[in-house]
Design a protein around this ligand. Sequence first.
Ligand code: SF4
Length: 327
Amino acid sequence: MTKKEVLLKIENLNLHFKIRVGDVRAVDGVNFELYKNEAVVILGESGCGKTSLAKAILRLLPNNVKTYDGKVTLKGVETMEMDDELYRNEIRWNKISMVPQSAMTSLNPVLKVGNQVAEPLTIKGMDKKEALEKVREMFKHVGVPEDFINRYAFELSGGMTQRVAIAMALITVPDLIILDEPTSALDVLTQANIMNLLKRIKKEEDASYMLVTHDIATSSELADRVIVMYAGQIIEASEAELFFKKPLHPYSKKLMASVPKLRGTDELEFIEGKPPSLIGIDKVAGCRFAPRCAYKMEKCEVEAPPVYIKGDNKVKCWLYENKDEVD
Ligand code: SF4
């Protein structure tokens, strides 16, 4: 078996914000690795910290940051050590690009989309004519008619706007593309088309993705590995095949049971209760999922579980304390 090449390594990453009523621990001691040509899906309910994790990796930080520390290493280079200007010039868009949640609002309404997609290239010094030629090629690649380079964002459908955003993320041939709920505003057919496009690009260009989403069904097509976040922490990281057959963590089991199936008579489950507030979550001594967990034991409420490593999979839950294998 060939050894997988680590592209991105995240070590003890924290991103906490200060608001009037306290500190929001949006990303709270996160560790994971992402391999080259891998699609990692980050799953979780709204407010679990997944978008903050994407922003922390890209250093897109709001003004009210209280704590931002840990280690982010891309291809052996520690990116949190870099000063802002170097990071902007070397990493953001060039090595890590992002397809945002709502491409429509992220595109400039008064600029032609071709010029916007060309911008990362012209900023790097490429001649405008040559850059627009590259945009034409990229549009062809992602299924946008070439003459759309002269259109404005408001003239495009939701699916086409998302394709333009993907073209923009790909134009600099980055090492990693972060996709933040890239299909949430689209109809089901367009969602499937975009997922197929991402799959094709991954195969043809050796692309690596970190896909942030709450949509298990759509992301299952693309995922090589699934990471589940809860209350600012990673609670499970599993190979996709195992995860979709047999998730490990009680929260992951609930997430999977809440996905409608095409066939079968299983009743859909709802996850009772709400995710905890991230303000002062560090004061919770035990497992952060305990108030909603059907498997809760006495120790769950007094001591936070460690992360158990089972082969290629990790799970943060006391149920796996004495299990050598995941079954
Ligand atoms: Fe449930 Fe306990 Fe596992 Fe937390 S540690 S998920 S409360 S069984």
